[in-house]
Design a protein. Structure first.
Length: 179
């Protein structure tokens, strides 16, 4: 009879420990991470060089460039233009009407047009608001006119972020309501 009770106690202990173990595992599986949705407005820029005209010659050995940057057929102000030749960078900005002037040595250039009016508070902001044109060949004594058309495009992008704890999730929600 004692063997019968001992076997019953061992069986009950086995089932209780198994039940507790399965319960703990299922609780950890059910404990899903907290998911938050964020919607951000992101900008990008597209464009083209509409005209690259030779309009005359200068008396000096440099290349003189006059140009205009337009956005939606309006002069684009606060646009930065970077002409890159090998490791040298020549910069200029547009005025209030989108016009710019720059003197360069002759050579083959890469042109980066950056819209400084667009602000993304992301780490890759400079990639979003810059457009690049390659292989612009300028010869000495040339007087050139560049007409550049750009268009800024904004779109809403939805991001999902997972938080492992309720505390971190609530902290995120508080920060969102402050904005």
């Amino acid at each position: 009879m004692t063997n019968y009770f001992l076997n019953r106690i061992i069986t009950i202990k086995y089932y209780l420990t198994s039940f507790l173990f399965i319960g703990l595992i299922s609780c950890s599986i059910v404990n899903k991470p907290y998911t938050a949705t964020e919607i951000k407005h992101e900008w990008s820029i597209i464009g083209e060089i509409k005209e690259n005209n030779l309009i005359g010659f200068t008396d000096t050995l440099i290349v003189s460039i006059n140009g205009k940057v337009s956005e939606y057929d309006i002069g684009a102000k606060n646009i930065e233009l970077e002409f890159l030749k090998e490791k040298k960078i020549y910069k200029t900005k547009t005025d209030l009407n989108g016009n710019f002037k720059l003197n360069l040595p002759e050579g083959i250039y890469q042109l980066k047009v950056k819209n400084l009016n667009i602000t993304n508070f992301e780490s890759y902001a400079s990639e979003y608001n810059t457009i690049t044109f390659n292989n612009l060949n300028f010869k000495s004594r040339e007087l050139r006119e560049l007409i550049i058309y750009i268009e800024s495009i904004g779109e809403y992008v939805e991001y999902y972020k997972e938080y492992k704890s309720e505390k971190a999730y609530k902290k995120h929600l508080k920060e969102q309501y402050r904005k």
